[in-house]
Structure formats: C-alpha cells, structure tokens
Ligand binder design. Structure first.
Ligand SMILES: [Zn+2]
Length: 457
C-alpha cells in the first residue's frame, strides 16, 4: 500500500460555524489507516468492509456519534475481519463503544471524554491500554472480556461497580498511571488505584507511574491507601519526584511485595529545574529504618535510571541495601545532566563496598534524551512531531486536552514542574484560533517561570 497523508484544515475549536462531515470510505485495499484530523467531523462508513485492514489509528477526530448507537460496530469482525491493532485517541462525539473482534491483538483507547459504555470482547487481545476516558462522567461502565490478555496499561478510573474484567488469567504485565503520592485527604483517585492493584494476585512485571506535588505542605501522604500488590518478579517505578526523597513511598511499595526479585527505578525529572526540597519537607518523614531491616528479602537486582546525585539519591541507595539482604547487583545510570564526578562515583562505590558480594555498575546517559513513560506502543511516523520524545512536553498534551472540551465552563488546572513540562511553545499555537468557553479558571502550582506565563497568556 502506498502511504498517503491526509491533511485537514484546522477549523478553530469552539467556533460557532460547524464544519462539514466527511464520510470515511472503506479503503478496500488498505492494510493500514492512520488519521489525525485536527477534530474534523468524520463519519464512519455505514456499510462495507475494511477487507484488508490490519491497523487503524484515529486521532483528533470529532465523530459526532452521540445518541446514535454503538460506535464500535465498525471495528468488529464483520466489518474489520483482519484488524489487529487499533488506536482511538483524543476523539470526541462517542458515548457507546462495543467491539466484538476475533482478530484484535492490540487496542489503545486514550482520552475519549464522554464515553459512557465500553464493551470489549476480544479473545485474541494481548495488549490493552486505557487512559483518561471516564474521569469526566458520573455514570459509566466498562466490560472487558480478554482471556489471552498479557499486558494491561491502565490510566483511568477503576471501581468494582463500573469495571468488569473477564478472563485476564494470563496477565503478565500491569501498568498503572498516574498515581499521586501526596494529595488532598478526600482524594478518590488513590483509592481507585488501590482497588485496581488489589484486583490481581500475580503478574510478572508491574509498572507504576508515581507523581509528587512540588509543595507538600497542603497535602497528605496517600500511599498507605494501597494495601495490596500482586506478587511479581519485577517492580518498575517511574517517579516524577519534583526534588523530593522517594524512599518512603518506594520502600512502602516494596514492603507490600517482599519477594520481588528485581527493582527498576526511573526518575523522570532532571536535575536543573528540580532543586531538592526544603530540609523540613515531610517527604522524608519515615519510620525508623532499623525497624524496616530485611523487608525485601527477595530483592536481588536493582537499577536506578536518571540518578541525579542528590543527597536523597545517595541515602536511597544506602537504605536499599539495608532493607534488601539478598541484593547482589546495583546498576546506576546517571542522569545526562547529573554530576558524573569521580567523587560521586566513589561515594556510590563506598556504599556498595560494605555489602560483600554485591557489585555495582555505573553508566552515564550521554544521549541527551530523557527516559519517558510511554503511553502508546504504536510506531511513530517520521513526520510525527507530536510524539517525538525530544519534543514531547506536558503543555502540548495539556492544550490538546483543554481544547478538546470547548464547551466546558470551568477549568481546574494543577501545573507540574520539571524541565520536561511547559517547554517550548509549539509554533502554530500563536496562529491557531482556539476559542474556549471557560467562565472560571483555577490554576495551582505556578512557580512563575516564563513558560507558565506564556501558557496562561
Ligand atoms: Zn521533599
């Protein structure tokens, strides 16, 4: 199949004049169909078969399908008999989606605000990713029958009354994101993640994306809402630490799974914008570590990526050895901007030297690329500026999220900090005609840096 790029003019979100609706043809000979349409109104074909289609990618599309029945029929086996990979992201106008597919192998559903009902029956499904579809609605239901599912990536609400998982006995990898470490006392997100994590008894690998607030004074520690984790071989923790010590939350999670063999820790914020927090910060309030001795009896290998070389980081390494008597191998990759001085390396060697039989490997990330908690497994296109990891920034995502809700009246925004966030403003924003209906805006977490001011303007 030849690759054709369909360009659509941007219609200026929120403007009064509706744009015309286009009906998608079935593309009888196409094997892959990727559409990113700047919220063009698009109607799926009412009949016909995508006879050869194996991969479909629909992004930034307004389907205007509310109240018009099941949206998922088009992707089900009778209309898409060979479909293996499907991604629907940042799309509006969908309220009910039922997909019944024998061929579907990989499915991503990301940011579809207003979705009330998702039913998925996919006996061949191996990978499922669900992100931010149900945060915006009171009544919703999600039913997933996927007996061969191996990898579940969940970044959405979860409660027993609304989510039904059928099968899932072969689940190997579970990823949950984004979990607040501190938050308001009435935080329900952490309670829902606690339910999700308690739902599975064993996986091979668990990935958790944890996020700290910059200023913890107004918040309470939430991690103890999580009381159960599945048994696992590998725990991979991704942390937006915002300059805080991560020991308390990490050791708490390890204590819930003392037999874990391998720990991978990735610090997602670099060294420049994340100066260590103040000395009385409550992130470092933890129980007497001596009481925690040998809490992780199974841990044999640990890897820390983007080690920043702060006092917090050195303390963490020393404590990890203290609580993990079987720890034999420590691999540390220094952040690309961290101080890789001989003094820092020597300090690490001294920590490891007091534990006979343990070995230490130190690497330096010289690529200039930050580690990224990926939310999509779809291959990037060469012209895909949007998802190029070097260009990725939260603000770009955030503006997408905001502009997808042109008729919302209230905006509550909590800004995050870090060099990855609110980076260079995409050029086309200055010329885009985005019109929003917000009557009330509340923004938290402003640190006064230039990018934030530009963003607010
Ligand atoms: Zn702190």
């Amino acid at each position: 199949m030849s690759r054709r790029r369909l360009m659509a003019p941007h219609r200026g979100l929120g403007l009064a004049s509706p744009s015309p609706t286009f009906e998608l043809p079935c593309f009888a000979t196409a094997a892959k169909l990727w559409l990113r349409l700047e919220f063009l109104n698009l109607e799926l074909p009412r009949s016909g078969v995508f006879a050869r289609l194996t991969e479909m990618f629909l992004e930034h599309v307004d389907f205007n399908h509310r109240g018009r029945g099941d949206f998922g029929h088009t992707f089900s086996t009778p209309r898409c008999p060979l479909l293996r990979r499907l991604r629907i992201a940042m799309c509006t106008g969908i309220d009910t989606m039922g997909i019944y597919s024998d061929s579907l192998h990989h499915f991503e559903l990301e940011f579809v605000p207003g979705l009330m009902e998702l039913t998925l029956m996919a006996p061949g499904l191996r990978t499922l990713e669900l992100l931010s579809c149900f945060y915006y609605i009171q009544e919703w239901n999600c039913s997933i029958h996927a007996p061969d599912l191996e990898s579940l990536r969940w970044g959405d609400r979860f409660n027993i009354g609304s989510v039904l998982f059928v099968g899932f006995a072969r689940l190997q990898q579970l990823a949950a994101f984004t979990i607040p470490v501190f938050g308001r006392p009435d935080n329900t997100i952490i309670q829902e993640f606690a339910l999700l994590l308690g739902r599975f008894s064993a996986v091979y690998r668990l990935d958790l994306l944890l996020s700290y607030e910059r200023d913890l004074d107004k918040y309470e520690y939430l991690m103890e809402y999580i009381t159960k984790l599945p048994n696992m071989n590998t725990m991979s923790l991704w942390l937006y630490a915002r300059g805080h010590s991560v020991g308390t939350s990490v050791f708490y999670l390890l204590s819930l799974c003392p037999s874990v063999k391998r720990l991978q820790l990735t610090l997602l914020d670099g060294t420049v914008a994340n100066s260590p927090c103040h000395s009385n910060c409550e992130c470092d309030e933890h129980p007497d570590w001596n009481e925690w001795e040998a809490i992780v009896h199974g841990l044999e290998e640990a890897e820390i990526r983007s080690f920043r070389g702060t006092e917090h980081d050195f303390n963490f390494v020393a404590l990890l050895f203290l609580v993990s008597p079987a720890l034999k191998k420590m691999t540390i990759t220094l952040d690309c901007m961290a101080d890789a001085s001989e003094e820092s390396c020597q300090k690490l060697r001294e920590i490891v030297a007091v534990h006979p039989g343990a070995c230490l490997e130190i690497h330096q990330n010289t690529s200039g690329v930050f580690y990224e908690f990926r939310q999509s497994n779809f291959t990037k296109t060469p012209d895909d500026h949007y998802y190029d990891s070097r260009n990725l920034d939260d603000k770009q995502y955030m503006m997408d999220y905001i502009t997808i809700l042109p008729h919302a009246e209230k905006l509550f925004l909590r800004l995050s900090s870090g060099p990855h966030a609110y980076g260079a403003c995409p050029d086309d924003w200055k010329t885009k005609h985005i019109s929003l209906d917000f009557q009330e805006v509340e923004v938290h977490g402003i640190e006064g840096v230039k990018h934030e001011v530009v963003f607010l303007r």
